[in-house]
Write a protein that binds this ligand. Structure first.
Ligand code: GDP
Ligand code: MG
Length: 370
């Protein structure tokens, strides 16, 4: 197990056991010479004494096969693009996504009600596209801030009668920061006061130049109302995706990210996960953020139960021990033992971090009073 006797640790570090006890007390940990302390506490106290800690005992990476670097490139096959629709409020994000889902090839057969799982996979005449339905820019930013690169492309929706607005610029900045290419959808083109040139002009002031203005950003005039330009927009997404040469290996343990998660009274924690590498199979063990679990069931965006989900597929999973956060990584592991070990280690680490934070706060307060 990951513990060491305090006296032993002090000896190895060449410091007095008493000094270590005092240091630990300052961190809010009461310990005696004969006590054993866990790895995380040992790590923290070592850092406090100016040691650089290298963790050899437990490496998540050896359990989680998250590395795709040394993977055989011949195993990688083309995957569908993952698109996030962003833009100012009321410019038509939801309407556009609704139209895209309704006009897509598969929607008719599904018989109407699509359940909300925060992500959709649509089959167009020219290829499949996954859409992330982020409730707001916060979700996107939160995911980016946590290093979760889930989006290949951003569709920036700008209403032709309203032009560039504060959240348009915000969305643009997020996309730029995340280095995700954008396609501009100039929406509400059906309106009498629509002025698509104004959108081009205003966006050019923010460094986004349309192709016919000498730039390299694709602009498509659309209307969620009349459906004009929708298929052009989808074609442009697929064209852009081709340029990006998106590929994944479906034949390995799955890696994905949580798009949305919640607690369901009857079914327990539910998480919508976008699969990015490999194929997730029902019954497999996974680690997801701080939690783990065995996949009891998976559902697609039509609410149908599925047994597997490959790259760029969003699925809702049941069976986690807790509700993860949007942006958390999900990794399939070989068995439940591995899943438990990794999540236990993560919980422990989080506790140690919390402890360190609190002890620092306490110390700061102490000094303030002096
Ligand atoms: P969101 O806040 O960006 O998701 O915007 P919504 O999709 O909710 O649309 C806001 C309003 O604009 C709604 O009343 C829509 O019916 C309307 N709307 C959206 N797209 C169009 C369009 O292409 N043409 C017209 N005339 N109205 C639209
Ligand atoms: Mg909306």
């Amino acid at each position: 197990d990951d513990t060491i006797a305090l006296s032993e640790l002090a000896k190895r570090m060449g410091i007095k056991a008493n000094d270590m006890i005092i240091k630990l007390m300052g961190m809010g940990v009461m310990a005696t010479v004969n006590q054993t302390i866990d790895y995380d506490t040992a790590e923290l106290v070592a850092v406090e004494f100016g040691f650089e800690v290298e963790r050899a005992a437990f490496e998540e990476e050896t359990i989680l096969s998250t590395s795709v670097v040394d993977e055989d490139p011949s195993k990688r096959v083309t995957r569908s693009p993952v698109v996030t629709i962003m833009g100012h409020v009321d410019h038509g994000k939801t309407s556009l996504l609704d139209v895209i889902r309704k006009t897509s090839v598969t929607s008719g057969e599904a018989g109407g009600i699509t359940q909300h799982i925060g992500a959709y996979h649509v089959q167009t005449e020219n290829g499949a596209i996954a859409f992330l339905d982020t409730p707001g820019h916060e979700a996107f930013t939160a995911m980016c801030a946590r290093g979760a690169k889930v989006t290949d492309l951003v569709i920036l929706v700008v209403a032709a009668d309203d032009g560039v607005m504060p959240q348009t610029v915000e969305a643009l900045n997020h996309a730029k920061a995340a280095e995700v290419p954008i396609i501009v959808a100039v929406n509400k083109i059906d309106k009498p006061d629509a002025d698509p040139d104004r959108v081009k002009r205003e966006l050019s002031e923010h460094g986004v130049l349309a192709e016919d203005w000498g730039g390299d950003t694709i602009f498509v005039n659309v209307s969620a109302k009349s459906h004009e330009g929708i298929s052009d927009l989808l074609d442009m997404v697929l064209l852009q995706a081709e340029v990006l040469e998106l590929a994944a290996n479906p034949d390995r343990l799955a890696i994905g990210h949580v798009v949305e998660a919640k607690l369901d009274i009857g079914r327990g924690p539910l998480a919508t996960v976008l699969i990015q590498e490999g194929t997730l199979k029902s019954g497999q063990s996974v680690v997801c953020g701080m939690y783990h679990g065995k996949i009891r069931a998976m559902f697609n965006d039509k609410g149908e139960q599925v047994a597997t989900a490959g790259p760029s597929m969003p699925v809702e999973i049941i069976g986690l021990t807790g509700v993860p956060e949007a942006g958390d990584e999900m990794v399939a592991v070989k068995d439940d033992k591995d899943a438990k070990q990794v999540s236990a280690h993560r919980v422990q680490k989080a506790r140690a971090r919390e402890l360190a934070k609190n002890s620092r706060v306490t110390l700061d307060r102490l000094f303030e009073q002096m």
